[in-house]
Design a protein. Structure first.
Length: 511
């Protein structure tokens, strides 16, 4: 097989999809297994919501606070609320968690996620119906990891089908920050929101720039319908991200060409299905009043202007959370990991804005950048008077994903002009350092629960206080390194073989 033939094989959708699914699935399951149950933001509330939804309790009964609902779930699920010994305490280890009790005894408990859209919870709640005892809690995480990995693989597959795929594929892999993969291995709809945004945005980019193909259009339309419908129903704000994805892509190719392409019969059907799903999501949010019902947090009574300027001034801190803050915001990634991702995001955006020729895609990039900077402050400022400051950096990740991918698409024209050898070298370096960053983040988080954040690494191997299932602390260290190696190899195969490929002009994206 010639080099060119090997590249074409690597670009085949099934090849890219399966490899990407393996890579993201392995990393997400690794996060799911190495974090104690309940050791992610609001995970107990989401566990309880998921278990109640699959038992027919879509909302539950009113609780003591506006955001609380009372539901009946197995005792093992209800006892995930007992994380007070662990949450916000960086030196508390996983062994402090009490027993989860019986999976057969049903008890009443509360969840602050009771009003949320049930779509994600149906997908991850079904393992709680199995006669698996406390293990069902891990299976629910694995279900979330599988669903999220599927949409991540879909995203990379569509990026690999673009006219100049190497840089967009690289950006799509790299922008899946340690926080994103951590959330993918947790029971939390925030991860579902992020990955469906990436999948929908990438599929829409491909649909808007690819030539008609009778068979390919139906696959693309189906993927658009699935990812768009799931995105719209992932979280309360998700319809806004859906709208921004459409606006950014429409600007990138031009409004009338965009409408023409999306009016093809397969695409028109997907547009209709996504529209119906979005209407359902909006009706659910309005009827349940779930967006305003978040409770009261520090900052209640602040004005719109105060909320906007405070949010804007804390942009870097929110970016820190989006990159690498785990647990209950008590387990940060190493400082160098944070700096690495700051530099990479700034570099790809600046490179695209400074060195790429003016085009409609450049205008779309400015729209994406403006949304990333100003939408979180505007959204938070609109509710800060009654709710206080509830925004967390991970909520911005859907916008960050669209920004990074759009920047890569804009810069791909210039990138494709580099010699293939230099392009591959850059890809290898970026994927290598970010994979090291991914596994360093995971191991740092694992150490925090095994011996606490303060002790030296020697204590991790010599005196563990808590160990995830299956292996010793040393065994888990080895497993983490092996999974990281697999992740890197797959990322390199998928990305480097796209270097130098440019089979057709990028419709609407060229200067």
């Amino acid at each position: 097989m010639t080099s060119r033939q090997a590249q074409e094989v690597a670009r085949r959708p099934w090849f890219v999809f399966i490899l990407s699914l393996m890579a993201f699935g392995a990393m997400s399951v690794l996060w799911a297994t190495t974090s104690p149950i309940g050791a992610s933001p609001d995970e107990p509330a989401h566990y309880i919501k998921a278990a109640s939804v699959v038992r027919g309790q879509l909302i539950g009964e009113p609780g003591p606070r506006p955001q609380d609902r009372i539901v009946s779930v197995p005792e093992t699920v209800a006892n995930t609320l007992n994380v007070s010994c662990l949450a916000f305490k960086s030196d508390a280890t996983g062994d402090c968690l009490p027993s989860f009790g019986s999976a057969k005894e049903m008890v009443e408990t509360r969840t602050s996620a009771g009003l949320y859209n049930p779509t994600y919870y149906v997908l991850v709640g079904w393992p709680s119906l199995l006669d698996a005892g406390p293990s069902a809690l891990y299976f629910m995480r694995f279900a979330s990891a599988a669903v999220c990995s599927l949409f991540l693989a879909m995203m990379v597959t569509f990026l690999s089908r673009l006219a100049r795929p190497a840089l967009p594929v690289l950006a799509g892999i790299v922008v899946m920050t340690p926080t994103t993969l951590f959330l993918s291995g947790s029971v939390n709809p925030n991860a579902f929101e992020i990955v469906t945004t990436g999948a929908f945005f990438s599929a829409l980019l491909y649909a808007a720039t690819s030539p008609p193909s009778r068979r390919g259009d139906w696959w693309t339309a189906g993927s658009l319908a699935l990812s768009g419908a799931m995105l719209a129903n992932s979280r309360g704000l998700a319809p806004a991200w859906l709208g921004f994805a459409v606006v950014i892509v429409a600007v990138s190719v031009g409004f009338f060409p965009f409408v023409k392409r999306m009016s093809r019969p397969p695409m028109l059907i997907s547009v209709g299905l996504v529209a119906v799903a979005a209407v359902f999501a909006l009706v659910w949010t309005v009827k349940t009043n779930s967006l305003p019902a978040v409770g009261e947090y520090p900052g209640v009574g602040s004005t719109f202007g105060q909320g906007f300027t405070t949010m804007l001034s804390n942009t870097v801190d929110y970016l820190r959370m989006a990159v690498g803050v785990f647990g209950w915001l008590d387990s940060p990634a190493p400082a160098w990991v944070l700096v690495l991702y700051y530099v990479l995001l700034a570099a790809i955006t600046a490179y695209a804005l400074v060195f790429s020729p003016r085009s409609r895609a450049m205008a779309a990039l400015w729209v994406a950048l403006a949304a990333c900077l100003f939408m979180p402050p505007l959204i938070q400022a609109s509710t800060v008077t009654v709710s206080g400051y509830v925004w967390q950096g991970r909520y911005t990740l859907p916008l960050i994903v669209m920004l990074a991918v759009m920047a890569a698409v804009v810069a791909s024209n210039r990138f494709s002009e580099l010699p293939a050898k230099e392009s591959r070298r850059l890809v290898v370096v970026v994927l290598s350092v970010t994979t090291v960053a991914q596994i360093a983040s995971l191991l740092t988080n694992l150490k925090r629960y095994v011996v606490g954040s303060s002790p030296e690494w020697s204590a991790f191997f010599e005196g563990p206080r808590w160990i995830p299932p299956f292996f010793s602390s040393t065994g888990w260290f080895v497993v983490c390194v092996l999974v990281a190696a697999l992740y890197l190899i797959i990322a390199l195969v998928v990305t480097t073989r796209s270097v130098g490929l440019s089979t057709r002009p990028a419709k609407g994206l060229a200067p």
